[in-house]
Ligand binder design. Structure first.
Ligand code: DOR
Length: 438
């Protein structure tokens, strides 16, 4: 049983504004707001200089468990999340074995209940043959389709197969939208290259636009709920600004796609800058940021996809794609708010409220009585440098190594339990399965 906690004088942030008040947490839920007497709680947190946010939900991570746990596992991935103020995550199905059966899903959730210090749920992966599973599996955020090849062997690239998945069932479909034929043709051109900067050309903007267009057309055809993962191009932003309202479509962006830009980043980081879809030049990054601010893009995820130093030491063409991010996404956005590029209320909308709303998560995402006490206290004046070797993620590196940012989570609360405080994780705390309202 979680202790009752009284958070005094917190500036509680929602997309609608910021209100200074006390927050009482009892039995894992927010029980009362206002001016509350100290005698009501077993534990008191003085939050006079802090902001209280609903915990962030990262709707796209790869915690590698099962089968690839030398890179990350549900314990270390969820610890990284907690340290970053992320109280829940949706994990992807490109594990080993892939999460494409009811049995694999049940097993992942069983292991998650033992290992995760924050709340969790998992996408079911689509193949060309598991249509019955996609509708039958219980309580998942959605179906993941890799329309272009990436890490692992999940791929549904044929229009007929995609049409069948979109035309059957009603569950949310999340797409990694890159066209496999364009990628394969481009890969042929660059097959002898040793230059990591060419990664962006192996997976060019038109590969992304073509696949996004197909997914949107299928969503419009069947009025099927579609979520476009990690958008990366100017043309997709323009296209979606017009098409998005024609069907139930939502869109996500990862911070690295507007914070890190080519060619500089490939020169600096080499393989560590390689991910799919790729980091591109500034023109795309600026369009993504604008799309987020104007609402064409709905929310932020990280695509946290760790690979080890050893794996990233391989040459161009052999090194795997993906970079960690779950631990640094909220601090990076708090830093942006501090620098006046957006408001703290926007950060809460993009990282805490919208993912909850888009995926129909039950009872989270608001600081209101009755809601689950998934909360994060942030110190907007705290400065810290992101440093390789000082992170919770198992691979212990970050593409932001050396970045000094201002605004950091100091306390993370999951279901009314303090899981992260003063830089330490309480591993006795366990997260629970995130419930989806279908
Ligand atoms: O860069 C990526 N890495 N993109 C993906 O879609 C998959 C991910 C991974 O699992 O490594």
């Amino acid at each position: 049983m979680s202790p009752s906690i009284l958070i005094k004088n917190a500036r509680c942030v929602s997309s609608q504004g910021t209100v200074k008040q006390d927050v009482l947490i009892e039995n894992g839920k927010i029980s009362k707001l206002g001016q509350i007497d100290d005698k009501h709680a077993e534990k008191i947190i003085d939050a006079t200089h802090l902001y209280l946010l609903p915990g962030a939900l990262d709707p796209q991570v790869h915690f590698r468990d099962p089968g690839l746990t030398w890179k990350e596992d549900l314990r270390t991935g969820s610890m990284a999340a907690a340290a970053g103020g992320v109280t829940g995550f949706f994990d992807m199905p490109n594990t080993k074995p892939s999460t494409i059966t009811v049995e694999a899903m049940i097993e992942r959730k069983r292991v998650a209940a033992e290992k995760c210090v924050v709340n969790y749920n998992f996408f079911i992966g689509a193949t060309n043959t598991n249509l019955d599973v996609l509708s039958g599996v219980e309580n998942v955020p959605g179906i993941k389709i890799f329309m272009g090849s990436s890490t692992g062997d999940l791929l549904v690239s044929d229009t007929k197969d995609l049409d069948e998945i979109f035309g059957n069932g009603s569950r949310l479909i999340a797409v990694h939208a890159e066209d496999d034929d364009i990628i394969n043709a481009a890969a042929e051109i660059y097959k002898n290259s040793t230059d990591f900067n060419h990664h962006q050309f192996v997976r060019p903007p038109d590969a992304a636009l073509k696949a996004t267009t197909l997914a949107v057309e299928l969503s419009i055809k069947y009025q099927r709920r579609l979520h476009i993962l990690h958008l990366t191009t100017l043309d997709e932003v323009r296209y979606l600004a017009i098409q998005k309202s024609k069907a139930p479509i939502s869109v996500e962006v990862c911070p690295q796609h507007f914070l890190l830009s080519a060619p500089y980043i490939y020169e600096k980081l080499g393989a560590y800058a390689q991910m799919n879809p790729p980091l591109r030049d500034m023109e795309h990054g600026e369009a993504l940021w604008k799309g987020l601010v104007d609402g064409t893009i709905d929310c932020i995820a990280t695509d946290h996809a760790p690979h080890t130093h050893e794996e990233k030491a391989k040459p161009f063409g052999s090194a795997p794609s993906g970079m960690p991010g779950v631990e640094t996404s909220l601090p990076l956005m708090l830093d942006r708010a501090n620098r006046g590029l957006c408001k703290l209320e926007d950060v809460v909308k993009w990282m805490c409220e919208k993912p909850i709303e888009l995926y129909k998560v039950k009872n989270k995402g608001q600081i209101l009585p009755g809601y689950d006490a998934d909360l994060v206290l942030v110190d907007m004046a705290k400065q810290k440098t992101i440093e390789n070797g000082k992170l919770m993620t198992k691979v212990n590196w970050s593409p932001y190594n050396g970045w000094k940012t201002t605004g950091w989570p100091v306390t993370t609360i999951v279901n009314g339990n303090i899981v992260f405080q003063d830089g330490e994780i309480d591993e006795s705390i366990k997260g629970t399965e995130i419930q989806i309202d279908h």
